[in-house]
Design a protein around this ligand. Structure first.
Ligand SMILES: [Zn+2]
Ligand SMILES: [Zn+2]
Length: 193
């Protein structure tokens, strides 16, 4: 998948705030979580502002390609636009977040992750952000429901979306994730350190 990616490129991460509709506070909190979850593997995080028009929706792979071309490198982008999948055969038509296998660009959208409780909404963005960034390190999905020491599931835990539907998936899978990776995932991350 990303086997040809030189490991050193992953050490410095740009957290890209895509447009002013993404709050700076959210991006800073994401940075804190990334720093602790990927400690040692990611040794440098920068917040980059990317000026983008406020649009309602964007094709996810178009966005990742634009970030790769215009900023480049190891990226976690945060957008308020709804992400659409260009190949929605075995996906829902929209994505909470995504990772482009052709580069080191992961993205998360705040669009569908909101909650009546703002803290729940923020936590969802952080968890999906950690998940997509995990893919940059070659982490894969798993479906087990064992809780980590912090009480949550590993951020790479996935459920069967079609079984749950959007709102239930948020509660049954994403809200149940914690902010720390399981031991198997931590070993993969540590191999990049
Ligand atoms: Zn995934
Ligand atoms: Zn895991």
């Amino acid at each position: 998948m990303i086997a040809t990616t030189p490991v050193h490129r992953l050490r410095a991460l740009k957290i890209v705030r895509i447009g002013r509709s993404v709050s700076r506070d959210l991006v800073l909190r994401l940075r804190e979580r990334v720093d602790s979850a990927f400690a040692r593997a990611i040794t440098e995080t920068d917040v980059v502002d990317y000026e983008a028009p406020a649009i309602d929706a964007i094709d996810a792979s178009l966005l990742t390609r634009a970030l790769e071309e215009e900023i480049g490198g190891h990226i976690l982008g945060v957008t308020a636009a709804d992400l659409h999948a260009s190949d929605p055969i075995d996906e829902p038509e929209f994505l909470f977040g995504g990772k482009d296998n052709r580069n080191d660009v992961a993205i998360v959208s705040t669009h569908r992750l909101g909650s009546r409780d703002p803290e729940v909404g923020i936590a969802r963005v952080l968890k999906v952000g950690l998940h997509e960034l995990g893919h940059n390190f070659g982490l894969v999905h798993h479906y087990r429901t064992r809780r980590e020491s912090g009480g949550g599931l590993c951020p790479m835990t996935k459920g069967d979306f079609n079984r749950f539907g959007e709102r239930a998936y948020l509660r049954a899978v994403i809200d149940q994730r914690g902010m720390g990776f399981c031991e198997a995932c931590r070993r993969v991350i540590a191999a990049h350190a």
